[in-house]
Design a protein around this ligand. Structure first.
Ligand SMILES: Cc1cc2nc3c(=O)[nH]c(=O)nc-3n(C[C@H](O)[C@H](O)[C@H](O)COP(=O)(O)OP(=O)(O)OC[C@H]3O[C@@H](n4cnc5c(N)ncnc54)[C@H](O)[C@@H]3O)c2cc1C
Length: 487
């Protein structure tokens, strides 16, 4: 007899647990019976503060008004990420969201820019980069600036907890003591709580963070370790006070000799952190390095984290789906973890089982999730591999390391004639790849012949005109801090 998939049990009440509960309740709430178990004794990671623009869509689907979100989570706006000291010890560039230039011919705009690269910078044609440079921001209805947010992920999880419970999600405060796995099917039958209550379910969502209580401890799914490509395995996070009332509308990612430091401005504080590998520096030294590079007064003690870069061999195994840190972890260089939670939830909803757990659907889910993880992995590796830094063994090792064939192919294609092709599951636009490639110092040997067709004078006029238009727009928008004051 076929069994309807009706009872969903989510274990974990961090950002992943509550984002999953909220979206499942919103989209499938009439059909599902959703329970979330969380243990305040275990606590949450709660350091996800920088995001990519897709988070806007997530909030829109949930019907969360931007103004409410900004106020509640103490958010600021983010136009991109400024990379400092990545290609050499002294250079910086921005990975700005949104378009670069406009469609002016049959090939991508950056191909035309490549023809004139000695005269103009790529970022002269990015409106986001221009606004970031002036610390300006405005969200207009038509959205001419493409943006994400910096926000307090703990407050976001709390907001979504209230939202989900209003939509009927049952919240249980307890610790899971045991996961009962069916000896015949290998599926999870139920979880046993420290309150001695047993909760059974049809589908279990593992949102237990790095612990991966269901997908790994109970189901032994296995983990693909990518440390050989991304060797950072430790982080320290500490908030500090703002030193002035300037709030930059971008994240800063500052490379050091043994890793990199983030600076993320929220309304009420700055989030700081260092990502490093303990092979090159010990915990105490790393803490000293971070603290000596923080400008404002510290607001709490530094918190230390350890992780292994990689992903679960199957993100959906039997009747258990891993979402959030339980599914894997890629360091926060491109602010992709909260996005991966969002896309996992959307994928799950698109493939949600109705009457049975069908292998084809599970395989499709895993295939799409793998491709997405791998494309982000490649994008992050690019920042380390394409550098000329030789000032420490950390950087020398990054330059010398082997990289995945998929990334090698991408770099070679760009180096030849400036060509970039976007795969379906790649979350990064061509503009993102070109900015990091150029920012890291990868320059094509020649230009796509299609871009050579345009007359030089005509091209120069178009480019000059574009720069003028950007300047006019930027002149007329407010400073980010003034724009924020309305919230
Ligand atoms: C250093 C660092 C920096 C980061 N920066 C960013 C960033 O800038 N941008 C971004 O998008 N992401 C970032 N992330 C990732 C982001 O923090 C996570 O994706 C996000 O917080 C979601 O975490 P989670 O909900 O999966 O796990 P957690 O927050 O760890 O939550 C786990 C939950 O499981 C529960 N739990 C565990 N065991 C049990 C049990 N036995 N019984 C009951 N409950 C249990 C806990 O109580 C908790 O509620 C960063 C991560 C790290 C480590």
């Amino acid at each position: 007899m076929k069994k309807t998939i009706k009872k969903v049990v989510i274990v974990g009440g961090g950002a992943s647990g509550w984002m999953t509960a909220a979206m499942l309740a919103k989209m499938l709430g009439n059909h599902l019976d959703i329970t979330l178990v969380e243990s305040p004794d275990i606590g949450i990671i709660g350091v996800g503060e920088a995001t990519i623009p897709a988070i806007q869509i997530f909030n829109q689907i949930l019907g969360i008004k931007e103004a409410d979100f900004i106020k509640y989570t103490k958010a600021t706006f983010k136009l991109g990420i400024q990379f400092e000291n990545w290609s050499t010890e002294r250079e910086k560039y921005i990975h700005a969201f949104g378009v670069i230039g406009a469609q002016i011919g049959p090939c991508d705009f950056y191909n035309y820019w490549l023809r004139c690269k000695n005269k103009y910078e790529l970022w002269d044609f990015s409106i986001n980069a221009a606004a970031a440079k002036e610390n300006k921001f405005e969200a207009k209805d038509k959205g001419f600036l493409k943006y994400a947010y910096h926000f307090d992920a703990i407050l976001y999880a709390k907001y979504l907890a209230n939202y989900s419970q209003d939509l009927g999600v049952e919240r249980i405060e307890a610790k899971v003591e045991k996961v009962n796995v069916n000896k015949v099917s290998g599926h999870i039958d139920s979880i046993l709580l420290d309150s001695e209550q047993t909760i059974s379910g049809d589908l279990f969502i593992d949102c237990t963070g790095f612990k991966a209580l269901l997908i790994e401890e109970a189901l032994h799914t296995g983990y693909e370790d990518w440390t050989h490509w991304l060797p950072t395995n430790s982080a320290i996070a500490v908030p500090s006070k703002h030193i002035n009332n300037e709030i930059s509308p971008y994240t800063r990612a500052i490379a050091h000799k043994v890793g990199w430091q983030w600076r993320i401005p929220l309304q009420h504080r700055v989030g700081n952190g260092l990502v490093y590998s303990d092979k090159y520096i010990d915990k105490q030294e790393a803490e000293r390095l971070l603290l000596s590079n923080i400008e404002g007064e510290l607001l709490s003690k530094p918190r230390h984290f350890s992780f292994t870069t990689g992903k679960r061999k199957k993100l959906w195994n039997k009747n258990c789906v891993a979402i959030g840190l339980s599914s894997g972890f890629l360091e926060p260089l491109e602010s992709t973890s909260l996005y991966l939670i969002q896309s996992s939830i959307v994928r799950l909803i698109k493939l949600f089982p109705s009457e049975c757990l069908c292998n084809e659907e599970i395989n499709e889910y895993n295939k799409q999730a793998d491709l997405e993880f791998e494309s982000i992995r490649d994008f992050i590796i690019l920042h380390y591999k394409a550098t000329t830094r030789q000032d420490s063994s950390f950087w020398k090792d990054r330059v010398a390391m082997d990289i995945p064939a998929s990334l090698m192919h991408k770099i070679k294609l760009f180096k030849e004639n400036g060509r970039i092709f976007k795969a379906e599951e790649d979350i990064f636009a061509k503009e993102a790849w070109v900015q990091v490639l150029v920012g890291q110092g990868v320059v094509p040997n020649s230009v796509d012949p299609l871009a050579e067709q345009m007359d030089s004078q005509k091209l120069e006029n178009i480019l000059n005109n574009y720069i003028k238009q950007i300047a006019i727009v930027i002149e007329n928008i407010p400073l980010h801090k003034d724009y924020l004051s309305q919230f």
